[in-house]
Design a protein around this ligand. Sequence first.
Ligand SMILES: N[C@@H](CCC(=O)N[C@@H](CS)C(=O)NCC(=O)O)C(=O)O
Length: 195
Amino acid sequence: MLLHSFFITPNNRKVEAFIHHFDLPVEIHQVNFREKETQSEKFLTMNPMGKVPVLEDGDMVLPESNAILAYLATKFPDTEALPESAAGRAQADRWLHWQSCHLMPAMGELKQAEDKDFSILEPLFKALDIHLTGKQFVLGSLSIVDFAIGAYLMTKMARGLDYSAYPNLLAWRERVMQLEGFVRTQAKMATPPAA
Ligand SMILES: N[C@@H](CCC(=O)N[C@@H](CS)C(=O)NCC(=O)O)C(=O)O
């Protein structure tokens, strides 16, 4: 398996962290944005959106970070990172959609805004904080959801936020930051390869 990635962004980091955490046999290729690799004919055949991450597994080509996480967790069931029951899977989907439909756009909007109004994140953090009451991880035990959401709360901007009003979220975030996969991708982020 081969992952096309760009490690400093959260959608890529979540997948890389998952791969490193479980030592999955997936080769990682860092795309060269300067050379517009994601706009090349070859790349656009894999993902017409021209975005990373993209996973190749034999003939199968899969863009979209959360779909990739779910695929890897299914292919490597020893990770126990995706519930098998319909109800468990539905809860995983709920939070994966929450991350891509609510958290990602809010973070994106803030990143662009000159006058940063962090109150946009309050209802989101409150929802996650309430959900995490009495839980170690979002679905109870470690799952792909923790990687999907966690990567968004470790970006440069997210590192500067005050989480003290959300004690369950704060404790969960600390826990997730210490996961081997995130620790390993963090070290990598400090020394990016020359483009
Ligand atoms: N919904 C996609 C978003 C992918 C995405 O936006 N990738 C960014 C990096 S995080 C990208 O490749 N941007 C390059 C571009 O838009 O040219 C996912 O979750 O994988």
